[in-house]
Design a protein around this ligand. Sequence first.
Ligand SMILES: Nc1ncnc2c1ncn2[C@@H]1O[C@H](COP(=O)(O)OP(=O)(O)OP(=O)(O)O)[C@@H](O)[C@H]1O
Ligand SMILES: [Mg+2]
Length: 246
Amino acid sequence: MNDSARVLVAHQLHKRFKAQEALRGLSLGVAPGELYGLVGPDGAGKTTALRIMAGVMGPDEGYARIAGKDPLSGDPAVRSMLGYMPQQYSLYGDLSVDENLAFFGKMFCLDKATFSAQRERLLHITRLGRFGDRRADALSGGMYKKLALACSLLPKPRVLLLDEPTNGVDPVSRRELWALLFELVEDGMAVVVSTAYMDEAERCHRVGLLHRGQLLMEGAPTRLMAEHGNAATFEDLFLAAVREAA
Ligand SMILES: Nc1ncnc2c1ncn2[C@@H]1O[C@H](COP(=O)(O)OP(=O)(O)OP(=O)(O)O)[C@@H](O)[C@H]1O
Ligand SMILES: [Mg+2]
């Protein structure tokens, strides 16, 4: 894939927090319509990588680009292209589902017509339509995540970054969230999702195994399995790679 086909690029990202090196030369690229899984153990650097790609903070070295633009630039064009769902997404607990959507719609400066069309569509695809009046803090874990996802999708981003979106979500909601992600990528969105679940990693078009701030391997799950013929499962493959790197 050439660089112009990649709507999201991270190039040689380095990030250090005092003595802790969180990223050590991470590079990746994601094309429109591609679902990329960033997998790795606790502390591997997944959140740091996503935060840098989202322009929440800058790297010490390297750069991120969204459709060729710097996410740190503050350019409104970048903001509208980018959806980011942090690991701890802060919805307003004392506001209802509808009120949260309205709040984020204003934050993204959506005009009235765009907001109502998006609100309708997102309530439909997340199946939250029946719960418009329910306070966010009264939603189940899975529904809360779906509302967070709906809020990050309001500006119709071309690139979506999701940090462990299914952590603490029951299996049914997990499946629904994944079905939703597949719909989004089929429509051409580029999605990066971090996860600690191997079954989720296996469903991605490509995965990168992040360990101590570096990619240990990257590729389509079936290709990685074929290349490492002695691993019985995807989980075995990744655990062996992490052990080898230790
Ligand atoms: N703001 C910060 N200040 C100090 N150290 C940090 C900060 N953010 C991250 N780190 C450290 O950087 C490393 C990578 O952290 P990061 O949160 O990116 O990992 P992660 O893969 O998202 O982990 P998890 O699976 O637990 O969410 C860790 O050692 C972490 O302690
Ligand atoms: Mg994290």
